[in-house]
Design a binder for this molecule. Sequence first.
Ligand code: ZN
Length: 252
Amino acid sequence: MHGIILVEMRAVIVSDIHSNLAALQAVLEDAAREGYDELWCLGDLVGYGPLPNQCVALMQTKAARCLAGNHDLGVLGAVPLDDFNVHAAAANRWTAGVLEEEARAYLSSLASRQDFDGVTLAHGSPRDPVWEYVVSPYIAAASFAAFAGNVCFLGHSHLPLLCCEPPHGTPLRLLAGQAGRRVPLTGRCIVNPGSVGQPRDGDPRAAYAIYEDAPASAIEFRRVAYDVAATQTLMRQASLPAYLIERLAQGR
Ligand code: ZN
């Protein structure tokens, strides 16, 4: 049965890695087992976690497309650290101190939005790719007006979400992206794959998604268990804020 399904392109979508190498490696291993053509990263490679250089190097090697998120820009000094909460600012300051020149150069080369072949990638939202959170039907409606193609992938909220533009007059609904579910994309859709390195939907497992663009486009939300304690130990050794260490185990 499998052999007669013509799939033109499978893209693995990752976002909000946040220097969590154990989570990123678990996701890449799971994705390799599933098979894919391209890897797209929606930004926030660094911030919060203990291994920024390793995460940036992996994406530099493996990602066909990659965006800069607000934390990447904060670490580079391109947006002020005052714009972050106290824990995020402390982690970004620590990251800026350990970030190596090659990682800094790669992050500096990235934009926060890309448009190609009917697809838009944005870190936050298509109208404000650095800062806006798409977490309500109201902001989703504004987001649909800000891209022209069929599908927009975005991150930033760390919540796996799906929202497809309804037929005329029907209100927009944001649906939680459920692990293991493959959903056909009908009409224009906005997809958040969730966060690799700091999930916030109550499930501590790393989140990502696989996008198929043909013959009928579809998205599969996936979750992968990883060694949370290993990342927490490295964060303690780096004296990163206790609040950031604890939240990883809760997925909050
Ligand atoms: Zn983030």
